[in-house]
Design a protein around this ligand. Structure first.
Ligand code: ADP
Ligand code: ADP
Ligand code: ZN
Length: 216
């Protein structure tokens, strides 16, 4: 089963992808995480994308398509992928379709997570992550049990706030979503693969709704 989680920044894609990955033997492929990893490694690619990401603009299609192609090439044993934050443009969607055909895979479903703009900004501004394991937290909605210890990997003082999780960058990212990514809703609807879900529910309820969509 290969699925896409589609939604604006802060919709809860990463949170749900991580739960699905844990519950079922699927692999989350987050282009945001991959780009942040290359930024951290200080490669030429990393330097190139860092400024673009900080402003909240989209990185070029070639770069992210290349990252996904590489993962699909390497991870031959994985039975199900969760595409999180990819595709974000029509060109990326076409490229993904070609890549899946090449690998003899099909796209099972595209789950659109719907959350209104006001809730999104609260989620993004209050989000923080564990730098060791990537776990996603929120200061009010989803805090760790102990304020400086990661529930998932027990690391101490490993929390960080993303450079692009501020109001200005968020507004730019939201604009990019409406301009470049939201056309994918019609694109996948026309293909008969789109199912929408209310992303405003709490994390557990949303997970239950997604499981229902997946029939698992
Ligand atoms: P969020 O979880 O808030 O939606 P992501 O971690 O998915 O954010 O992405 C962070 C940034 O990385 C984006 O604002 C963009 O600059 C870049 N990025 C991630 N995925 C893509 C993609 N598929 N195409 C272009 N840029 C991307
Ligand atoms: P995305 O990957 O779509 O950008 P995240 O999964 O990173 O979104 O979630 C954004 C923020 O909102 C995080 O701080 C996360 O803890 C919080 N969050 C995720 N899902 C929910 C939910 N259903 N209700 C409330 N807060 C949520
Ligand atoms: Zn952790």
């Amino acid at each position: 089963m290969n699925i896409i989680l589609l939604g604006p920044p802060g919709a809860g894609k990463g949170t749900q992808a991580r739960i699905l990955e844990e519950s079922f033997s699927m692999k989350q492929l987050s282009t945001g995480d991959m780009l942040r990893a290359s930024k951290k490694s200080g490669t030429e690619l990393g330097k190139k994308v860092a400024q673009v990401m900080e402003k909240g603009d989209l990185v070029t299609d070639d770069i992210v398509i290349g990252l996904i192609a590489e993962e699909l090439e390497l991870r031959t044993k994985i039975k199900g992928f969760i595409f999180d934050g990819f595709p974000r443009t029509l060109a990326q969607a076409d490229a993904l379709s070609d890549l899946l055909v090449q690998k003899g895979k099909t796209l099972s479903v595209v789950i659109e997570m719907k959350v209104d703009d006001e809730a999104l900004i609260r989620r993004v501004v209050g989000r923080f992550n564990c730098k060791e394991c990537g776990e996603v937290y929120h200061k009010d909605n989803n805090p760790p049990k102990q304020s400086n210890i990661c529930d998932n990997c027990n690391s101490e003082n490993s929390f960080f706030h993303r450079a692009d999780d501020n109001e200005e960058s968020f507004k730019n990212r939201l604009m990019a979503y409406y301009r470049d990514t939201s056309p994918l809703i019609g694109y996948y609807h026309a293909k008969g693969t789109l199912v929408s879900t209310d992303g405003l529910m709490d994390i557990e309820t949303t997970h239950g709704n997604i499981c229902q969509i997946l029939g698992v």
